[in-house]
Write a protein that binds this ligand. Structure first.
Ligand SMILES: [Zn+2]
Length: 283
């Protein structure tokens, strides 16, 4: 297996929204904000080459659009997912499978782009099958009022008319080493991978634990639809992760890529901050 952590366009997120009910006097010691109270956010994808398949997990915000829908997020388009895939030696056309953890715009916006010549919206990964949980798909097709503005249907609705959509009805081993697990606090049917590689187990924590500062149980984003469910889900997965010595990968933490965990009297906490590219080169 080959494994790459790739950047997609970064953006800014309101600090109050990022940390929910936690007062700024507490969170700003762990995660800085600018003069507008905006926090820098990364947006990472994972690329996995395994037994003839090339699997991409999430594809970021995508390219700049003119709809105004990205306004307020200060998107930095200097990171380009297609370019970053090419730097690994692969091409977007080589991707066989795209796993979308959920369909909020910052996770599936790279699914399509506007063709420079025809101005039509075209698929960025034309040869890939798309794995989305059935629960999330149903939720995104008929969104509730609170979540509606996070879904850009032009990015995924077209998949229904292709033979590429694989709706996942229950937790699944996509390959023997990639286990797709379900969570429901952030949004119904959030699907996050636990990946085994060499002697390590990695958990891509997506929007369940978007940053290292989000590890304490009550530090739940205001975007989460069901914060009490998020707390229970975090508690259970952090316990499992700590007991089994997993490494947590943060999708949105601008400053930290990953960490391992330690059990403290106050609960599970980050132990060592780790760089992804150093995880597998320790000897
Ligand atoms: Zn989300």
């Amino acid at each position: 297996m080959e494994l790459f952590l790739l950047d997609t366009p970064k953006f800014k997120i309101d600090g109050g929204a990022f940390f929910g009910i936690v007062p700024k006097t507490m969170w700003e010691k762990k995660y800085p904000a600018d003069e507008n109270n905006m926090c820098n956010a990364a947006c990472r994808s994972i690329l996995i080459k395994e037994s003839g398949r090339l699997i991409l997990i999430d594809n970021g915000i995508g390219e700049k659009n003119d709809s105004g829908s990205q306004d307020g997020y200060f998107v930095d388009f200097s990171e380009d997912l297609e370019g970053n895939i090419k730097k690994t030696g692969f091409d977007p056309k080589d991707i066989t499978d795209v796993v979308l953890t959920h369909l909020h715009f910052d996770h599936c916006g790279g699914t399509t782009k506007i063709d420079a010549l025809t101005k039509n919206e075209i698929s960025v990964f034309p040869n890939a099958n798309y794995y989305i949980s059935q629960i999330q798909w149903d939720n995104a097709m008929n969104p509730n009022y609170r979540e509606k503005s996070s879904y850009f249907k032009n990015k995924f609705e077209f998949l229904a008319d292709t033979n590429k959509l694989r709706l996942v009805k229950q937790e699944l081993y996509l390959t023997p080493n990639i286990h797709l697990r379900f969570f429901n606090g952030h949004t119904p049917g959030l699907m996050l991978p636990v990946i085994r590689h060499e002697d390590k187990t990695l958990f891509f924590a997506g929007d369940l634990i978007p940053a290292l500062a989000s590890i304490p149980l009550a530090w739940v984003s205001a975007y989460d639809l069901y914060p009490l469910t998020s707390i229970t889900e975090k508690q259970e997965i952090l316990k499992e992760a700590e007991q089994n010595n997993w490494i947590i990968i943060f999708q949105h933490d601008y400053y930290n890529e990953c960490c391992n965990l330690i059990l403290t009297p106050r609960g599970v906490r980050a132990n060592k901050y780790l760089k992804f590219n150093e995880l597998f080169n320790e000897n």
